[in-house]
Design a protein around this ligand. Sequence first.
Ligand code: DGT
Ligand code: CA
Ligand code: CA
Length: 567
Amino acid sequence: MIPQSNATVAEQFEETADLLALTNANPFRIRAYQNAARTIRSLETPLPTLMTEPNFHLDDLPGIGRDLASKVTEILHKGSFRALDTLRSTIPTGMRELMQVPGLGPKKTMLLHSKRGINSLQDLELAIKAGQLRDLKGFGQKSIASLARALAQKGLSSGRMLVDEADDLATNILLHLSKLPDIEVVVAGSLRRGLETVGDLDFVATGQSAPKVFDHLKKFDTQAIVLSAGSTRMSLRLKSGRQIDIRVINKASFGSALLYFTGSKSHNIELRRLAQAQNLKLSEYGLFDQGKRIAGASEDEIYQALGLASIPPELREGRGEVSLAAKDQLPSLVNAKDILGDFHLHTTATDGVNTIREMAHKAQELGYAYIAITDHSERVRIAHGLSRERLARQWAEIDKIATEFPTLRILKGIEVDILDDGAMDLSKDFLKAADWVVAAVHYGRNQSRATMTKRIIRAISSGVVHALAHPSGRLLTKRPELSFDLNEITKAACDYHTALEINGQPQRLDLNDKMIEIAARHPVEFVLATDSHSVAEFDFMKFALKQARRGGLSKDRIVNCRPFGAH
Ligand code: DGT
Ligand code: CA
Ligand code: CA
């Protein structure tokens, strides 16, 4: 029997009732599941214990007949039951996701579906934007507004998490789990590899018994639903809809389990093949020679036993890293400690929420040698862009504040808008006087590939641009990339010593790993930047770093891994 708590069984019945409501099922059937759930929740003794008592019969419980009793048994043996599995697989995920939006139960979800044809979060978002819910019964102005907020928080429609949400959630779960004595637990999966969005979170733990770890993890979110549970593995769906996989393993297999659950799948497959070619067998339990474990406690010892250099998680995508590791030719990737400063920051002068002084304090705390204050130029009205006069005043202010920070150089910069024809939003002479110029496209995004490429190259060839900010202009889940020729732009960037930015904002990650790889074939330089709009966002450097590492960059390609002004 699987150690299921009464609450888990009750939740599965509640979920069934919800899903049945979505399928317009007989109200009595729905009620039956709800009543059974209530009965089970109110039991004081765990079901598995009750079932061992000779005079106990499940169908003696109020509201539980033979049919529901057999379903309880099924849950206790298999982790879930067939009717629920079928419902889960037949109802579009979109509808199930909708039902979980705060403010939307099954009834309202059905209403949206039948009256407005809404089947997913994305449909709902569009309908709200188009004002299609206004005259729908049960959807007042206030409830529509709160739905819109709930949707925005959900990381929108893709179902995948942006890296900051994934990273925060993982940090909180690790903190929660670390309260168990003797446990060692780490993040695996796509988050560890630094993928730009994350499907579910994966954890590998050791040092504690699996049931203890599972029980404790369930307490992280008392409304979490157990999707599946075995003796060493559990999957949970949190109230927010986010999913977690955890694997508990003994110490001798910890490295191999971590390797396996970090992936990627294609990296795992390549490693297994390589093992087979050496007459070895690689699994999540270890590397075996004729049934004898020869490695498994750490990832490093497995790579070593396979004759490979250790491969950083960011490179494990099955893109040739295994053969590079065999030849000991892996790039030596940039590290957090190599970063000496941040070249893209906003303040209260435009759309930031902290002052220059506050930003400088934070940078000092981080041990940075320099920062560039790069507020928007005038064209970006929505952000209260700086006119020449206001910018000149800001630079004077920076000179004054600089005296308070003897170890930190505060660069006088600007994020200048690249106008539709490739001219700049500030004169060349003015830009020449800046310590640091980042140029960016914000408007006129729909130009053809040829026009956009020419426009950006014209901006670069002004010769005064130190970095091209968020070159592709995409916003994950919101806005596609600009259409432009990355190779041509990179060539121009080489000619004019313009660095390409790797922007760490979770919605941007721009350039991303793939674009970095393409650009890096040219002798171009990169700059890792956060585009911070508050002191908290300095932390986004870690996301820029992940993309840089996934793109294979070492510190000698990165401008902010050198003292300012050095080449
Ligand atoms: P995600 O969650 O979609 O962002 O991406 P991952 O990479 O975290 O994928 P996930 O959570 O499905 O699985 C975690 C790791 O477990 C995956 O990267 C590799 C490993 N894994 C999962 N399924 C398989 C499989 O069928 N074969 C192999 N070789 N590895 C697997
Ligand atoms: Ca995952
Ligand atoms: Ca997973």
